[in-house]
Structures are given as C-alpha cells and as structure tokens.
Design a protein around this ligand. Sequence first.
Ligand code: SF4
Ligand code: SF4
Length: 332
Amino acid sequence: MKTVSSLLDEDWHQRYKRISKLNIRSSIYDVTNRCNLRCKGCFFFSSGEHEVAREEMDVRKWEAFVDRETERGVNLAILIGGEPTLCMDRIEAFYTRLPTFCATNGLIKVPRDRFPDMIVGISLWGDAEAEKILRGKDTFAVSSKNYEGDLYAYYLYTITPKQIGKTEHIIRRIEDVGLKVHMQLLSNDEGVDGFSWKPEELEDIRSEMDDVLDKYPDTIISSKYYHEIITTGKMMGRTFGWMECPSVTAPLDNREPHPKRLTNFIRWASDLQTMHRCCTSETRDCSSCKDGAAHMSWVMVNKRGHMRSTRDLQNWIEIYEMFAKLYQFIPW
Ligand code: SF4
Ligand code: SF4
C-alpha cells in the first residue's frame, strides 16, 4: 500500500506535515447586499442573491452570530458581499473573533489601525480597458494606491479571454506596487459578448499562467497543477461539476452519492439566516463554473486520490499550500 512516507522525501514530508496540521474549516458570509460597483458578470447580483434576504442591520446580532459560528467549528471566515468595506462594524464582529479574510474591490481602504493583520483580497478583472468595460471603472488606479506595500493584501486577478497575452503586464504592475497576486478565471455569468472561454483559449491561458508563474514566483501565489485543474476542469480523469463540487452548503446538500466535501461549510446570506447553495452563484450552471476556490477545494478534499504517485501527492501538497498561503495559515 502506498503511504505518505513512502511517496515523499524528507523535504516534501516536512511540507506535508506542516499543512496536515491545519484543519481549515471555512465558511462564507455575505456581509452586505450593497456594492459601490456593479460589475458585469458579478455572480452575486446576476443571480439575484442580493434580493433573497434582508440585510441584518444590528451589529450586536452579527456579533452573536459569529460567536455561534465559532462554536460550530469555523476557523476561517471569508467575507464577501456585496462590498464588505461598506460595513466596517460587521467586519470587526468577525475579525475580533475569528481568522478573517475580506474580499473587496479595493476602492475603500480597510483601516489598518483597526484591522492590522486581516487578509484582504482585492479583485481585479484585467487592464484598465477591460475593467472599464466590465466594471465601469479602472479600479487598479484606486486600489493600488490604497494598498501599496501592504503585507496582508493581495490581488485576486480574474482573468478573462481578453487578457490572453496581457497577463504579464498586469503581474508586473502588481509586483511594482509590492503586492502578491492569485489568478482565477471569469465564469461570465452574464454572458458578456467575447468574455466566455473557448477550449483553445483555455489552453493558451494555461500555458501563459505557467509562464508567468515561472517568471514571477515570488509575486504569484499559484501552482501549475492548479492551472491545469481550472483550465481543464479535470482531475484524475474526473470532471468538475455539481456531483463533484466540494463547496456546497452542507445543510442544503442532498446529493447522492455524497462527494467528498468541505466539512460543515455554509455560505450565509446577510440576514444571518438564509443559506445560499454554494460558494458562488446560486444560478450558475455548474458545468461552466470556473470558481478558483471550489476547484482548489476539490483537490484538497481528494487527498487519497492523489496518493497514486509521488508527483500526484506533491501536486496535492502544492495546492493545499497555496490555499493556506492565501488565507495566511502559513506565510507567503
Ligand atoms: S465589486 Fe464584487 S460584489 Fe461588487 S459588483 Fe463587482 S464583483 Fe460584484
Ligand atoms: S456553481 Fe460552481 S461552486 Fe456552485 S455548486 Fe456549481 S460547481 Fe459548485
């Protein structure tokens, strides 16, 4: 029988031991139904998730809710929305109780005297031209000033087919402002013309992502296996989709047979009672889903399948490390 020790040398075994202790238990929270942008392709607004629940306005109820989440075993709160920075008091309810990650468009700066080491993921959808088309604004011009040199912030660069051939330029700009970057792919939930992926474009972007990772290993938080998984939607001969997805809200998950999944994962709406189906759009067709975190988690919950060979297990370790770095369970 293949065991972890028989597959890994001492270095890799140490890396394995470091992550296997982490036991990450995440859940996702819509902090607000509002945003100061309206991006074309935003899964939150395009699926009507901003209308399914009335926002809880009493911060004491948020505090009590987070206490209950902590008791439920959550050890990583992922804050999304809407735009969480419109509600700093709600962010604080999480931050003072739990390791917290805040996704933001970066237009409002998280005050570092109040949230000194909170991890901030700043969304970026391409160069200024693409951002103006999709988001109505060149957000980088603002967010890069707000977060230049910030040790606890990184860019979440959503790559679209229009970015092929342009990613290096973006990565360099991010490096120049002293930040890290993680790459993911647009799912184009609103079918914006020219922004849906064709198979040959996915092949091109995979090789481009591999190239920039080779050139900027200190700036990009990624792995080539992750690039393979998100561009092919395949892992060990299996195809990503509804019956494989690990990021489905546990109490709503009635799939049979049960796939391997995140333990006790829930995505909560901002009324603190309603649950959404999964970590992303309520209405997205799973066969077109490119969600980066769901693909990463897909790998992470399938360790046993990766014990086929040394390379497979190393791939699994690299993706786990990447996830742990993105939420600062281990340093960059
Ligand atoms: S900034 Fe984020 S939440 Fe706001 S509209 Fe854009 S994608 Fe949606
Ligand atoms: S849309 Fe994506 S994240 Fe949501 S259930 Fe489907 S595959 Fe999973």
